[in-house]
Design a protein around this ligand. Structure first.
Ligand code: SF4
Ligand code: SF4
Length: 278
């Protein structure tokens, strides 16, 4: 174990926890009803921000200063991470503060209480594509964690199609995700050091360590389980809880990402997957 790594990890986890405390106070000030603060969301917030802003230190300052400092960091960085974050800012005039607010709402406020849903009871297509995709990123991290625990061992060692596995095709996105998500995929991949590959013999996002997307992997990709993998899961888990997981996963895989219904399906995948993992 690397003590320097652990010390720095403790440092930024502490900073994220302070941010969450400030978020709670900020939301309370806004008198949002029935806020359900879940401590487990700290991990998602932690990973999302850490992934996007890499090793940039979060300032241990009050909320307003924090938002301004985050903005300054982005201005200073103007790299791939900055571009990805700026692409997700719902209100460009308000800069990164708008992104942090939107993320706070996603993490802490039930959907039925959020402004954009309260004003769109008809259930029409998305109101704000950036908010939709930001929420997708949050749920993707949770789905990825579950799928990682259930499938990645077999995909890495038991797959009969290695080294590319089922990523030998040129992606599974065709018509299933909004254009904006395809752009975000490219920004996310670039933030991982990805470059357009010279050949087209497999999906362009498949690298030495597998897929380089976590936040904006399309439903068709994330939910792809070949027959061999399903049989392997059948050997490890009993039929009823496994089917309870596979059913919503199949729905998720075929879901068009154009409305919030997809998050209900992703939540079911996460809940049933976590149950399998124990
Ligand atoms: S889902 Fe199946 S084909 Fe795809 S990588 Fe995993 S084991 Fe291989
Ligand atoms: S986006 Fe990722 S999971 Fe989907 S085909 Fe490409 S490498 Fe595979």
């Amino acid at each position: 174990m690397d003590p320097i790594y652990h010390a720095s990890r403790r440092g930024w986890v502490g900073r994220v926890q302070r941010v969450v405390t400030v978020l709670e106070a900020w939301l309370a000030q806004r008198s949002v009803r029935a806020i359900e603060v879940q401590r487990s969301t700290v991990a998602e917030l932690d990973r999302l921000f850490h992934t996007q802003l890499a090793a940039a230190p979060w300032p241990p300052q009050p909320w307003g200063d924090f938002v301004q400092a985050a903005g300054r960091q982005l201005d200073a960085r103007v790299g791939d991470y900055g571009a990805l974050l700026l692409a997700l800012v719902p209100d460009r005039d308000r800069g990164t503060g708008s992104l942090v607010e939107a993320l706070a709402e996603i993490l802490f406020v039930p959907r039925s209480h959020r402004t954009e849903y309260v004003h769109n009871r008809a259930g029409a297509p998305p109101w704000d594509i950036r908010r939709l995709l930001l929420e997708y990123a949050v749920w993707s991290l949770r789905v990825d964690e579950v799928l990682g625990g259930l499938t990645k061992g077999f995909c890495a060692r038991g797959c009969d199609r290695l080294p590319t596995g089922c990523c030998s095709v040129l992606g599974y996105d065709m018509g299933m995700v909004p254009e904006a998500m395809l752009e975000l995929q490219q920004l996310e991949a670039s933030g991982q050091g990805w470059q357009v590959p010279a050949t087209e013999d497999k999906c362009k996002y498949h690298g030495r360590d597998g897929c380089c997307l976590r936040l904006f992997k399309s439903p068709a990709c994330a939910g792809m389980l070949c027959d061999g993998l399903v049989q392997e899961l059948g050997r490890r888990y009993s039929a009823e809880p496994l089917q309870a997981f596979l059913r919503p996963l199949a729905r998720y895989r075929n879901q068009v990402l154009d409305r919030s219904a997809i998050f209900d399906v992703m939540a079911l995948v996460v809940a049933t997957g976590r149950r399998l993992l124990g």
